[in-house]
Write a protein that binds this ligand. Sequence first.
Ligand code: GLU
Length: 303
Amino acid sequence: MTASPASAATAGAGRFAPSPTGDLHVGNLRTAVLAWLFARSSGRGFLLRVEDLDPERSRTEAAQLRDLTAVGLSWDAPPVRQSERTELYLAAIDQLAGAGRVYECFCTRSEIADAPRAPHAPPGAYPGTCRNLTEEERARRRRDRPAALRLRADVEQYTVKDLLHGAFTGPVDDMVLLRNDGVPPYNLAVVIDDAAQGIDQVVRGGDLLTSAPRQAYLASLLGLPAVEYAHVPLVLNGAGRRLAKRDGAITLTALAGIGMDSDDVRNLILASLNLPAGTLENALAAFSPALLPRGSWVFDSPG
Ligand code: GLU
């Protein structure tokens, strides 16, 4: 199915949303292929979003799009760039502020790390230091340091539905909505963009499963529809650790250097999913989420 952006909004869409901070490796490409397979096999559109909120580190968009195309992926509309959408994120913060859900936070990282916290608080959760400052106190603190904005959350956990993990409950805290340098954080942008792009299925690496509850909670506060999640297994190196640059030839460019072209890499990815070699359309005919291997794929680079 080739959906136009308009029909993607009505039929729903899946997406791949890489951060352009380096070349994609076989693990990222496998996740992208899976996102496409999940979307297409459920009659959805498929969209791409460039998560370039960090302009300093966002330099590899062109190479990423080239590599995604090289393994056979295509998307239904021009990619959306987060760096061009700040107004949407600020409007969402205004909406939350209007509902009394936003407060200024002056804490440094080390103040947060050192603050006393309730015994049951999940590790890393914001301890609430600035939640109830008086107006005088805020005025005084603003002179020393620009404020970040935080969400006044009224739950400590939230449950999402994941196609591979079932019901997953994870922590929610007073997450940052705007950093004190004015940059909106990923956890806010992802929620706004998925809704704005008509995305109702989020397939991504399993490392983001624990972020899903806070994102889904934020969506609920903004009155945005809940999405269906599938957090897919990460790819590991031969030592059982998450694939990283030092693991040798793991990008398309590096693999080409040792004689594996993009068709070979796609076939390797498809084999890891128990799917037949060939085009992605061919693999789509054999794909079923229920038959997906549940374990991590170990990629021991030949180079
Ligand atoms: N941009 C994130 C990453 O590359 C993925 C975000 C998402 O899929 O929600 O890790």
